[in-house]
Design a protein around this ligand. Structure first.
Ligand code: PEP
Length: 261
């Protein structure tokens, strides 16, 4: 089964509304012919309303970087799925390593968020990955497989692979300039797909998209996305500049993509 690749920008805590407007205005004309690739921009809450409005009639999906898995209530500082849907948001990053490491999100909360996103009609991009110490200590697969299994415990059986995206993001490669080798990315993502095949069956494993994240940039994207099981990228630093993000989209789509002037 052919999976449609996805290229996703994670702006993290960057860009004012004005900067977001300039970026999206430059992105949209280039995204017009995006048949071969799904494009998502995960932007700060403060930009979401404007970005969702600007991309409304395009194939670009406006995404949030986080949400809380209750519909409403006494959760000061949090934002719910219905609030995101109200803005026209289509996707949400769940369990980014910065949320896990800096804000203490555990596997249980990540799993609840994933299930709630799916139930609400948001596409969750669920981040998983190991630290340098875990990799060096031979615990990479224990960590990553444990994260995947915990998420699946909360996901109802009838959910299809197209309703969830995983992003394998080795933590030591995020924002560091260090990238997993294409072989390491394939090795990890291939294992994740095999695990999903064991747990959820062929239909799920063949349709679920698994992205690579970790210092992806125009110079290394070709080799990484050429790997059989890598279905695109979740990109932080190199997505902040629209020219560089457009180059990543172009590489994902192939040579037909309109190139930046
Ligand atoms: C990320 O934030 O998900 C990420 C992969 O960041 P970077 O591309 O900067 O490593």
């Amino acid at each position: 089964m052919a999976r449609k690749p996805m290229m996703a920008a994670n702006w993290k805590m960057n860009k004012t509304v004005r900067e977001a407007q300039d970026y999206v205005a430059a992105l949209l004309p280039r995204a017009e012919d995006s048949e071969g690739v799904d494009i998502a921009v995960f932007v700060p809450f403060t930009c979401l309303h404007e970005v969702a409005r600007m991309v409304e009639d395009s194939d670009v999906v406006a995404g949030a970087q986080n949400f809380y898995p209750e519909d409403s209530g006494s959760y000061t500082g949090e934002v719910s799925a219905p609030m995101l849907l109200d803005l026209g948001v289509g996707a949400v990053v769940v369990g980014h390593s910065e949320r896990r490491e800096i804000f203490g999100e555990d596997d249980e909360l990540v799993a609840r968020k994933t299930a709630k996103a799916i139930e609400s009609g948001l596409l969750p991009v669920v981040c998983i990955g190991e630290t340098k110490e875990e990799r060096d200590g031979g615990q990479m697969w224990d960590k990553v497989s444990g994260q995947v299994k915990r998420v699946l415990e909360e996901v109802p059986d009838d959910v299809g692979g197209e309703q969830i995206v995983f992003a394998y993001e080795p933590i030591w490669a995020i924002g560091t300039g260090d990238t997993a080798s294409p072989e390491d990315a394939q090795d990890a993502i291939g294992q994740i797909r095999d695990l999903l095949r064991d747990l959820k069956g062929d239909g799920f494993a063949d349709s679920v998209r698994i992205l690579y994240g970790g210092s992806m940039k125009p110079e290394n994207v070709d080799e990484i996305i050429a790997q059989e099981d890598v279905d695109g990228g979740l990109v932080g630093g190199a997505s902040l500049d629209v020219e560089s993000f457009t180059a990543l989209i172009g590489a994902t789509q192939g040579s037909d993509w309109p190139v930046a002037e």
